[in-house]
Ligand binder design. Sequence first.
Ligand code: DX5
Ligand code: ZN
Length: 214
Amino acid sequence: MIKISPSILSADFANLQRDIQRIETADYVHVDVMDGLFVPNLSIGIPVTSSIRKVTDMPLDVHLMIDRPVRYVERFCDAGADIVTCHVEADTEENTREALRKIHAKGKKAGVVVKPKTPASAVLPFIDEADIILVMTVEPGFGGQKFMADMMPKVSQIRQYIDAMHPACELEVDGGVDSQTAKLCIAAGANVLVAGSAVYGAEDIPARIKELRG
Ligand code: DX5
Ligand code: ZN
């Protein structure tokens, strides 16, 4: 079963509660956290995550696009994140491992993310510990970018690693996912699809979420 994680980066931040209610047929709420350093954009952080927690029972899938996330992961867990993902490019292997350990110690799910230029093999040191691996299909930082179909071999490669080494691990893709590109992601082995503009730009959001599931 394919899960959909709509990105609230495409929601109206002045009406977040309403816009989260609009996606209640989805599986997760994807929360994009940006620090203006790891990525060239700023978005939302801990206080907004806490406020979202109060208005929904949906699992919060928090994507940390921040430098050295090990500094903040516990605070995001306390704010109500259910899944916290950290970029492998954002710190040393040792510190990323420590971030995963801290997230698990809070009883939450932990994962790693790879940017487009990062090879599939970069997830190998974390695959035993990770509950989810996220493959970026755009350069992180902004919604509404064009899907990079050339990331599909990487998704397939990571699917092979997961099947061989940790079958319970989820495989998520993020960036430019719409009703057409979703099919490519599913064919390559992804089971969680993030979609921002494709969901929030839809006339009928529940219908679009259903369509994205394939
Ligand atoms: C990009 C974010 C994505 C983004 C997806 O840095 O991580 O989650 O919001 O938006 P779309 O689906 O519009 O590409
Ligand atoms: Zn994201």
